[in-house]
Design a binder for this molecule. Structure first.
Ligand code: SF4
Ligand code: SF4
Length: 146
């Protein structure tokens, strides 16, 4: 099921220039009805059910089908984010509710180093990844020598 915005919960992100769900959707699918001030998915066939809009919505207004690998068929999964964790509330078909809380960061909010503390590679043509070889604990990345 593509994303579905529950109009009873959506507050249009209180009329910000761009709503949270518009900001986060990698497919630019979310639109805001300026009359009702409710968001909606404007092309459900393009939604890949990535859950970004579900997780960012401050009012828990967006629903997406829960994949069978983490909730059984027919259950709903609703996230509640805080600055350091996310809690999922899963409501099963028989009405049972279970909650799972997970940490979402290892550094305090706003203090993560964008480059992770690694230096920029001197040789951009190198096949090594950005953090290698340091992150591998090796003196160098072994490559085919010409
Ligand atoms: Fe509505 Fe949530 Fe989208 Fe904000 S993020 S416009 S509250 S659905
Ligand atoms: Fe966009 Fe992902 Fe939400 Fe679908 S689930 S509308 S692709 S953010």
């Amino acid at each position: 099921m593509p994303s579905y915005v529950n109009p009873e919960k959506c507050d249009g992100c209180k009329a910000l220039d761009k709503t949270a769900c518009q900001h986060i959707c990698p497919n630019d699918l979310m639109a805001l009805d300026k009359v009702t001030m409710k968001a909606y998915n404007r092309d459900v066939t393009m939604c890949w059910e990535c859950y970004n809009c579900v997780k960012i919505c401050p009012t828990q207004a967006v629903e997406v089908r829960g994949y069978a690998d983490f909730v059984p068929l027919g259950a709903s999964a609703t996230p509640m984010r805080s600055t350091d964790s996310i809690m999922w509330t899963v409501k099963f078909r028989n009405g049972t509710i279970k909650r799972f809380k997970f940490p979402i960061r290892t550094t305090p909010e706003g203090e993560a180093a964008p480059d992770g503390g690694f230096e920029s590679p001197a040789d951009l043509a190198s096949p090594a990844l950005f953090t290698e070889p340091a992150s591998l604990g090796l003196p160098e990345v072994f490559t085919l020598k010409h």
